[in-house]
Design a binder for this molecule. Structure first.
Ligand SMILES: Cc1ncc(C[n+]2csc(CCOP(=O)(O)OP(=O)(O)O)c2C)c(N)n1
Ligand code: SF4
Length: 304
């Protein structure tokens, strides 16, 4: 499988030196979603356009007339990233251009207000890549809960901990049967780079869901941002996989983590948002992790 320049998508020996996020971003210290975007754009290259709805990324890009982005960026209303990207992709293809159209949206703009536009674009078969970076809250407006906030997490609108489970966005997307979908995590940038390369080599709608730990939202010290992502994967809370034309493959560290997950406490004890967690909630969280591991393991083994 090759990318649009004819290079193998598995060749990671030459990650481009070019930077598409330059100095002066307004990201918080330790922001992992901006780290992810850096790798996404390195994988995508200069013939790419970003569509960004209202979210932290629209702030990270800097204050007009300055910009930290080295590719064209189209800012669009909170609900409309996938609809905008859909029209943009149609226009490029009508002009005979292969330009990568990449929507880069938060979990609120994807799982909540943007889910209708996303569903429509997936169903229409839009040739684009939709990336949801998931910091598990509405970060830009002060950490309100989103549908993607996990059970038990304290946010400004769930001060006693979120009473309901994280919305399963991936299963919603899966129901649309896109040719390629994957999960990724900011702590594994090469895995993300490879997945973006592969996604962009496939025609039609592609979706990547990245877990993006957020120091102010999750309440951990900024220097722990990579460690936090690794712990999410090692405890099986976040599972790395790809689904190509419906076939599931569990990736890299998740293969080991799913057989022998680290204790959930390793992940949650370092985060202020899970402080003073009720033992019953902790138990429910453990059950959810175990259920997800079981469901995906069975599916990969063809036992479902
Ligand atoms: C219709 C509408 N409602 C509310 C807002 C205010 N708003 C802007 S960004 C945002 C939160 C975005 O959260 P998310 O998509 O999770 O991305 P993050 O900020 O965490 O990067 C909200 C509520 C808006 N811009 N438009
Ligand atoms: S609030 Fe979180 S996601 Fe938003 S810029 Fe800060 S660290 Fe990044």
């Amino acid at each position: 499988m090759t990318d649009r320049e004819g290079r193998s998508v598995h060749d990671l020996s030459t990650i481009p030196e070019e930077e598409y996020i330059v100095k002066c971003t307004s990201a918080c210290a330790g922001c992992s979603s901006s780290l992810c975007l850096r790798y996404v754009l390195k994988a995508a290259g200069p013939d790419s356009v970003l569509v960004v709805p209202a979210c932290c990324t629209s702030v990270i890009q800097g204050i007009y007339p300055g910009t930290a982005m080295n590719v064209p960026v189209y800012n669009i209303a909170f609900a409309a990233a996938a609809a905008c990207a859909s029209g943009m992709s149609e226009a490029f293809r009508a002009l005979g251009r292969k330009t990568n159209v990449i929507a880069y949206a938060g979990d609120g703009g994807t799982a909540d207000i943007g889910v209708q536009a996303l569903s429509g674009a997936l169903e229409r078969g839009t040739d684009f890549l939709y990336i949801c970076y998931d910091n598990e809250a509405y970060g830009n407006t002060g950490m309100q809960r989103s549908g993607a906030t996990p059970l038990g997490a304290r946010t400004t609108t769930t001060p006693g901990g979120k009473p309901t489970a994280k919305k399963d966005l991936d299963r919603i997307v899966e129901a649309h049967n896109p040719p390629y979908m994957a999960t990724a995590c900011s702590a594994y940038p090469l895995d993300l780079y490879k997945k973006v390369k592969k996604a962009l080599s496939i025609p039609g709608p592609k979706f990547i869901h990245i877990l993006a730990p957020c120091p102010p939202g999750w309440r951990y010290p900024t220097e722990k941002t990579v460690e936090m992502g690794k712990l999410a994967v090692k405890t099986g809370t976040w599972i790395l996989y790809e689904r190509e034309y419906g076939n599931l493959t569990i990736n890299g560290p998740s293969k080991t983590a799913m057989k022998r997950p680290a204790p959930l406490e390793d992940y949650i004890n370092g985060q202020g948002r899970f402080k003073n967690l009720n033992p019953e909630v902790l138990d429910l969280m453990r059950q959810q992790v175990a259920q997800n591991i079981q469901r995906l393991s069975r599916e990969e083994a063809g036992v479902c």
